[in-house]
Design a protein around this ligand. Structure first.
Ligand code: ADP
Ligand code: MG
Length: 433
C-alpha cells in the first residue's frame, strides 16, 4: 500500500512541477503568446510520457497512472489542437508498451478529447471554483470509465482490486489539487499584471496633474520673449530671434506634455545623433532664468561628443537634473556641468553646491512621488530621468553629501560611427605622437 501511495505521489509531482514552474518562467521571459501555447502543450506531453513510463504498481498485474490528469488539464485549458495532440501522444506512447490496457487507453483518451472539445470554451468562461469542481468531476468520470472498460474487456484480477479502487479515489483528489494550484498560480499572475497596469495608470494620471507645474517654465520664457517683442526700438533681426525663441519655448511646453504622458514607454521613437554640447547649451539657456532667480551661477565645461537618442527626451532628462540642482540651492550656489569621455562612454557630470541628500533620500531617489518639496514637487522628475537614461543604454551614478552638494554622473554610449571632428582630430594627433 505504501508503495502505491509513493507511486501516486511521484505521478502527482510530475504533474505539479510544470504547473508551478512553467507559467512563472513564461511570465519572466515574456514568451510570445503563440510560443507559450506550444510550450505548454509540449510540457503536458512530457508529463503524460513520464506518468506512463513510471506508473503506479508496476510490480502488480494491473498498472495505473495519472496520465488522464495532464490530458484533461491540457485539453480543457488549451483547446482543440492541444487536446488532439495530447490524445495522439497518449495513444502513441502507450502503444510502445505491452499489456491489455492499450484498447482502454485509446477509448478513454478519445473520450477525454471529445468531451474537452465540447466543453473547452464553456469551461474557460466558468468561475475559478466551478472550473476546479468540473475538472475534478470529469477526472472521476474518466477514472470510472477506465476501470469499467478494463473490467468489461479483460476482467480486473483480484490482486488488483485494491489498486483499482485506490485509483478511482486518488485520481479525482489529485486532479482537485492540481487544478486548484493551477488556478492559484494563474490568479496570482493575473493579479500582478493588473497591479502593474494600475500603477502605470495612476502614475499617468498624477503626471497629468503635474504637467501644469512642469510647463510653467517654458510658458514663462515664451511670455518673457513676447513682452520683449513689444519694445519699439528692436531691430528686425532681434525681433525675429525673440519670436523664434518664443515659438521654440511653446513647442517645448508641448513636448513636455507629450513626454510626460508617454513616460510609461520611454523607448526611443525618433532616435537621432545628438551633439551633447549643443543639447546641454540649449537646456542651460532654458534654465538660466531659474538659475538667475535663485542666484545660482552656471559653469559649463562642454565637449561636442555624439550620442544616440531622442532629442526631446534627452533635454527633458538634463532639465530635470539641473532643475533639481537649482532647487537644492535656494540661497544661491554653483551649478557645474562637465562633459568628458571615459572608456568610450560620454560622461555628463552635473553637480551642485546645494542642500545634498541623506542616505535614506538617496535610496528613495527615482521612486515615483518621492519628494521633499511638499506641494512644490511632483516626485516624478528623477523617475523620468532613470527611464530615459535606461532607454538610451546609459547608466547613472549619484553622490551626495548633506549641506555639501550633489553630483549626478550620466554615462552614455558614444556614437562611434559619427565621431565629432574634435575627437577625430585628437585621435590623429595621438596617432602621430
Ligand atoms: P521633485 O523635484 O518633484 O521633488 P524629483 O524626482 O526630481 O522630484 O526629486 C525627488 C527628490 O530628490 C527631491 O524632492 C529632492 O529631495 C531630492 N533631490 C533630487 N535632486 C537633488 C539634488 N540635486 N540635491 C538635493 N536633493 C535632490
Ligand atoms: Mg525635480
Amino acid at each position: 500500500m505504501l508503495n502505491i501511495v509513493k507511486d501516486f505521489l511521484l505521478n502527482l509531482f510530475f504533474i505539479l512541477l510544470p504547473i508551478f514552474t512553467i507559467p512563472i518562467w513564461i511570465e519572466q521571459r515574456k514568451v510570445p503568446k503563440h510560443i507559450k501555447q506550444h510550450l505548454l502543450t509540449i510540457f503536458y506531453s512530457f508529463v503524460i510520457i513520464l506518468c506512463i513510463t513510471i506508473p503506479v504498481g508496476a510490480d502488480k498485474v494491473s498498472i495505473f497512472d495519472l496520465r488522464q490528469i495532464p490530458l484533461w488539464l491540457g485539453s480543457l485549458y488549451r483547446g482543440i489542437a492541444t487536446s488532439a495532440f495530447l490524445c495522439l501522444v497518449t495513444i502513441g506512447y502507450r502503444s510502445l508498451f505491452e499489456g491489455a490496457g492499450f484498447f482502454v487507453t485509446a477509448v478513454t483518451s478519445v473520450l477525454v478529447m471529445g468531451t474537452s472539445i465540447v466543453l473547452s470554451k464553456k469551461f474557460l468562461q466558468l468561475p475559478s471554483k466551478h472550473r476546479i469542481s468540473l475538472a475534478t468531476a470529469l477526472s472521476a468520470f474518466s477514472g470510472i470509465i477506465t476501470i469499467g472498460l478494463a473490467e468489461l474487456f479483460h476482467g480486473i484480477p483480484s490482486p488488483s482490486v485494491l489498486l483499482s479502487l485506490t485509483y478511482l479515489l486518488v485520481q479525482p483528489i489529485c486532479m482537485f489539487i492540481a487544478c486548484s494550484l493551477k488556478e492559484m498560480v494563474y490568479h496570482n499572475i493575473a493579479l500582478r499584471k493588473r497591479m502593474i497596469r494600475a500603477e502605470k495608470m495612476e502614475a499617468v494620471s498624477h503626471l497629468a496633474a503635474s504637467i501644469s507645474h512642469e510647463i510653467r517654465n517654458p510658458l514663462t520664457a515664451a511670455r518673457g520673449f513676447m513682452q520683449l517683442l513689444e519694445q519699439h526700438h528692436l531691430s528686425p533681426e532681434k525681433r525675429r530671434q525673440y519670436a523664434r525663441i518664443a515659438i521654440e519655448e511653446l513647442d517645448r511646453a508641448e513636448a513636455i506634455i507629450t513626454d510626460y504622458l508617454t513616460f510609461a514607454k520611454p523607448a526611443p521613437e525618433t532616435v537621432e545623433k545628438l551633439n551633447v554640447k549643443t543639447e546641454i547649451e540649449r537646456v542651460i539657456d532654458f534654465i538660466r532664468p531659474l538659475a538667475n532667480m535663485n542666484s545660482v551661477e552656471v559653469r559649463a565645461t562642454l565637449a561636442p561628443f555624439s550620442i544616440i537618442g531622442e532629442r526631446e527626451k534627452f533635454r527633458q532628462c538634463l532639465l530635470n537634473i539641473m532643475k533639481n540642482a537649482i532647487e537644492a540651492m535656494p540661497n544661491g550656489g554653483v551649478l557645474q556641468i562637465y562633459v568628458s569621455i571615459e572608456k568610450r562612454r560620454v560622461l555628463i557630470r552635473i553637480s551642485d553646491t546645494g542642500v545634498g541628500m541623506t542616505k535614506e533620500q538617496m535610496e528613495r531617489l527615482g521612486e515615483p512621488y518621492f519628494t521633499t518639496k511638499e506641494i512644490k514637487g511632483t516626485g516624478l522628475g528623477m523617475m523620468v530621468v532613470y527611464r530615459i537614461i535606461e532607454s538610451m543604454n546609459g547608466t547613472i551614478h549619484i553622490q551626495s553629501e548633506v549641506h555639501k552638494g550633489t553630483e549626478v554622473s550620466i554615462y552614455l554610449p558614444l556614437s562611434s560611427s559619427h565621431l565629432p571632428q574634435e575627437v577625430r582630430k585628437a585621435k590623429k594627433i595621438f596617432a602621430v605622437l
